[in-house]
Design a protein around this ligand. Structure first.
Ligand SMILES: NCC(=O)CCC(=O)O
Ligand SMILES: [Mg+2]
Length: 333
């Protein structure tokens, strides 16, 4: 990516010539953003309403399975290749081990089936983690105030199998337990789901920017303590390469860096080092931050959306999970 020679001096070189008109800017653009680069995260719930607004994420609703199916049809019509499901589970259905995560008739399997009925050509990505189902809000099994790694793996493998069985195209472990990609890959192989993709949240950082999402899925108030014993320290970058290397070796097809904009240096290192499809997640806090500035008249929403998403592509992303997906696709369509 480095320039192999020094540019000619002024006035022979006048870089502004390449920026003078829209046609030339478009001809020489190094990065393109299309709806095909986007994944639309959908928050789903088993509440009464088809669409229940999330206060900290203006423009995002918790959707019923029926409404999620409609959203998938909209995704298809907009050229968005895939949706990613995140469940808001009723508080009364949560427990210490996240029993609901492995219910074959649970909310997520129901949504997968509804989406596959309505828009079978849209890829369905599911979140493999226990945090939406546990009464303590952690991604793993909690024993003596510790998140127990290996006992969690069995739960995650079963959860992934249930999603694949319901029709998920991609299972995406976001829990950051060690060894979970291998456990999930083995469970899929053993059960005839060798073609199910694994998108590993390989470099997921313990971040303040997940706040609004935890409101959206209802795990904010549940969460006791923080997730620093399993999600990564934001001071680290080499560690992300080790995490990604392990997950590829364990059978991940795609890897994710999360959050997004603050971590594009990690995206760049991961995509250049491994050359595997690398996605990033423009998370709820990034979305909320931009929406709040827009609401105050401080940012132009459409321009900010396209600039931020193009930055992910420029850094090396194959695709971006973003709550702005439908608006971005409309703008690009
Ligand atoms: N496992 C999914 C998330 O943690 C989503 C984060 C966000 O949008 O803030
Ligand atoms: Mg790992």
């Amino acid at each position: 990516m480095s320039t192999p020679f020094a540019p000619a001096p002024f006035p022979l070189a006048r870089p502004r010539r390449l920026r003078a008109q829209p046609w030339i800017r478009s001809l020489v653009a190094e990065t393109t953003l299309t709806p095909a680069d986007l994944v639309w995260p959908l928050i789903v719930h088993d509440g009464e309403e088809d669409a229940q607004p999330v206060p900290s994420m203006p423009g995002v609703d918790r959707l019923s399975p029926r409404a999620a199916a409609k959203a998938a049809v909209r995704a298809r019509d907009l050229g968005i290749p895939a949706v990613a499901l995140f469940p808001n589970i009723a508080k009364t259905a949560k427990d210490a081990v996240g029993t609901g995560a492995t219910d074959p008739d649970g909310l997520v399997p129901e949504c997968i089936r509804a989406i596959k009925d309505a828009a079978p050509e849209v890829g369905v990505i599911t979140d493999v983690a226990l945090d939406c189902y546990t009464d303590h809000g952690h991604d793993g099994v909690l024993e003596d105030r510790r998140i127990v790694n290996d006992a969690t793996l069995e739960r995650l493998a079963e959860q992934a199998f249930i999603h694949a069985h319901a029709g998920a195209d991609v299972v995406a472990p976001s829990d950051m337990m060690d060894g979970r990609v291998q456990a999930i890959r083995e469970a899929l192989e053993a059960n005839g789901f060798q073609d199910t993709l694994i998108l590993s949240y390989a470099a997921k950082y313990a971040s303040a920017f997940y706040g609004p999402y935890r409101d959206a899925v209802g795990s904010a108030r549940a969460l006791s303590g923080d997730k620093k014993t399993y999600q990564m320290d934001f001071a680290n970058s080499d560690e992300a390469l080790r995490e990604v290397a392990m997950d590829i070796a364990e059978g991940a097809d795609l890897v994710m860096v999360k959050p997004g904009l603050l971590y594009l240096d990690i995206v760049r290192r991961v995509s250049e080092t491994f050359r595997v499809p690398t996605l990033a997640y423009q998370v709820s806090g990034e979305y909320a931050m931009m929406k709040a500035a827009v609401a105050n008249g401080w940012l132009d929403e459409d321009r900010a959306i396209l600039e931020s998403l193009t930055a992910f592509k420029r850094a090396g992303c194959a695709g971006v999970l973003t709550y702005f997906a439908p608006r971005a696709a409309e703008l690009l369509g």
